[in-house]
Structure formats: structure tokens, C-alpha cells
Write a protein that binds this ligand. Structure first.
Ligand code: G1P
Length: 298
């Protein structure tokens, strides 16, 4: 098994497309539906769910990149003693169990918060994690992107490709009708059944997309990405784009693979009001189905 023990979650974007709600509540803290302890329907912040998914597949070392106005994320990920000792006795048992389970996961993890001093783009946010990551491969998860799947199959398939094919970068991708708002890959499908693509090119938000394969904000990255992010130039908006760094690693080293989402794996993106509405609908559908199955078993 190749070593992969550190996870970086970025939550530094301004979330302007979700104003006014995102003014004081970071978009990464917007709620979605989930299946809670004891088969209950509960609501939890997107970041909370991302953390639990990564915890459940074995990560314990986390670095969350925050910026100004993201204090509520740090509070959420710091166990509240008052809650644990006093309030928890007054609320529904299953809800309490859900909360205490989250705190137990936090307590058995190491979570570092790193500040991105200025809004210089996704690539610049990732660059802030360099000291945390060191010279290791790491998992990068955007804090506003989430994939719902049974048993985190999207993550385990990503790890499998990383282990079996090697390479410098493995990312998740989804076929979409209009990929102009995403990073877009092109390349050769090397395993149709498993949905594995050997990436030949990657481009950020192209007006004429080279394919329908949009990049999801979940990647396994080589530490070589940091050197690339320091070398690339800002885009026309003054931002350092992760995609440009990925392209540089691809051109210098090759070994970039994409894993396509499968039927039954659902990508949610909390980027604008329409997508957020879809995230609520899809997460509700996904967990009510699981709840039905759960109650059929008990
Ligand atoms: C970022 C990446 C883009 C990727 C997207 C996934 O864009 O730059 O390549 O497709 O995340 O959500 P952003 O959402 O920050 O505009």
C-alpha cells in the first residue's frame, strides 16, 4: 500500500454566489441531510459530512484551510464541553449520540487550521498546506464539494487506482452536460468497466470544453504540486488555479488518472443557489432511502 495519511480540506473561498446567506455562515457550513445514528434523518454542515467520510475511510490527520470569516468552522470542530456535560442530557437521545460520535471522532484526530491570508484562489489555498503535508502524497478535498456514495465507494476506488496504477495525481470526475463551470479533463479511457481515464490534458472552466468529464474537488496529489503552484502564473483574475498546477505536473511527469463517478454515486456542489437546492433534494433522497432500508432491517 502506498502511504496516504494526510487530508487537506479547503474552506477559504468567499462564497459570493450564496450571498447574503454566506455573509456570516461559510458555505462549507451550510446544512445538508444525512443519515444519523440509530437511523434518524439529521441535518449537518457539508464540512462535517466531508470530515466524517474521510475519517470513516481511515484519515486521522487533517488540515483545514480557512480564511477571514470562517471562525464558525473552527468552533464546530472544537468539542463543546458545556454541550457534552449539560445540554446533551436534555435532547433526544439519537441526536445526542450523533453529536457525541462526532466529538469522539474529533478527539481521536489531529486537526490543524491554517489561514489563507488573502483570497488568491484555490491553488493558493492548497499551497498553504505545504508545511503540514511535507514530502508525502495527500488527499485534497474541496470543502464545498461532496460525493454521496454507499460505504464511500468513490474514495475507496480512488485509493485503489492510486495503489495499483501509481502515478502522481488521481482525481475524481463526473460526466456533466455543461462542464464550462469546472476543470475539464481529456484523455484515454483505459478501463471502461472501472471508469478509469489516463488524463492527457486538463483545463480550467473552458468556453469550449474538450470533453464532458468535469473535475470534482477530490484529489490524491503528489507533493510536487507545491513546486508547480509556486511556479505558475496568476490567471486574469489574479488567482492561482490548482488546475494550472495539475497541468504542470502532468506535463512534467505524466501519471495522472481520473476515476469517473458511477451510477448511484451522487455529486453535490454547494456553489450557487441552484446547486444548493439540488444538494438538499439529493441528500434528502439519498438518506431517506437508507433510512427505509435501515428500518426494514430493525
Ligand atoms: C474548483 C476547481 C475546478 C473544479 C471545481 C470542483 O473550481 O478549480 O477545476 O472542477 O473546483 O468543484 P471552483 O468551484 O473553485 O470554481
Amino acid at each position: 500500500m502506498r502511504q496516504l495519511s494526510k487530508a487537506v480540506i479547503t474552506a477559504a473561498g468567499l462564497g459570493t454566489r450564496l450571498l447574503p446567506s454566506s455573509k456570516e455562515i461559510p458555505k462549507e457550513m451550510f446544512p445538508i441531510f444525512d443519515l444519523g445514528k440509530g437511523g434518524i434523518l439529521c441535518v449537518k454542515p457539508v464540512m462535517h459530512k466531508i470530515f466524517e467520510n474521510l475519517y470513516d475511510v481511515g484519515f486521522r490527520d487533517f488540515c483545514i484551510i480557512v480564511g477571514r470569516g470562517k471562525r464558525s468552522i473552527e468552533d464546530h470542530f472544537t468539542p463543546d464541553q458545556l454541550f457534552s456535560n449539560v445540554i446533551s442530557n436534555r435532547i433526544r437521545r439519537k441526536v445526542r449520540d450523533e453529536m457525541l460520535d462526532f466529538y469522539a471522532k474529533i478527539r481521536s484526530s489531529k486537526i490543524f487550521f491554517i489561514n489563507q491570508p488573502s483570497q488568491r484562489g484555490f491553488g493558493d489555498a492548497v499551497l498553504q498546506a505545504e508545511a503540514f503535508v511535507g514530502n508525502e502524497y495527500f488527499l485534497l478535498h474541496a470543502g464545498d464539494d461532496l460525493v454521496l456514495s454507499r460505504d464511500n465507494s468513490h474514495l475507496t476506488r480512488l485509493f485503489k487506482v492510486f495503489d495499483e496504477l501509481g502515478g502522481e495525481i488521481v482525481l475524481l470526475s463526473e460526466r456533466v452536460k455543461n462542464p464550462t463551470q469546472y476543470g475539464v479533463i481529456s484523455g484515454e479511457i483505459i478501463d471502461r468497466e472501472k471508469g478509469i481515464v489516463e488524463v492527457r490534458d486538463i483545463v480550467e472552466k473552458p468556453s469550449k470544453p474538450p470533453s464532458d468529464m468535469a473535475v470534482i474537488g477530490i484529489y490524491i496529489l503528489s507533493p510536487k504540486i507545491f513546486k508547480a503552484l509556486k511556479e505558475i502564473k496568476e490567471d486574469s483574475r489574479g488567482e492561482i488555479q490548482l488546475t494550472d498546477g495539475l497541468k504542470m505536473v502532468l506535463e512534467e511527469r505524466g501519471g495522472v488518472y481520473a476515476v469517473l463517478l458511477r451510477d448511484g454515486e451522487k455529486r453535490l456542489d454547494v456553489g450557487n443557489p441552484e446547486n444548493y437546492y439540488q444538494a438538499l433534494v439529493e441528500s434528502y433522497k439519498f438518506c431517506t432511502k437508507l433510512i427505509k432500508e435501515y428500518s426494514g432491517r430493525t
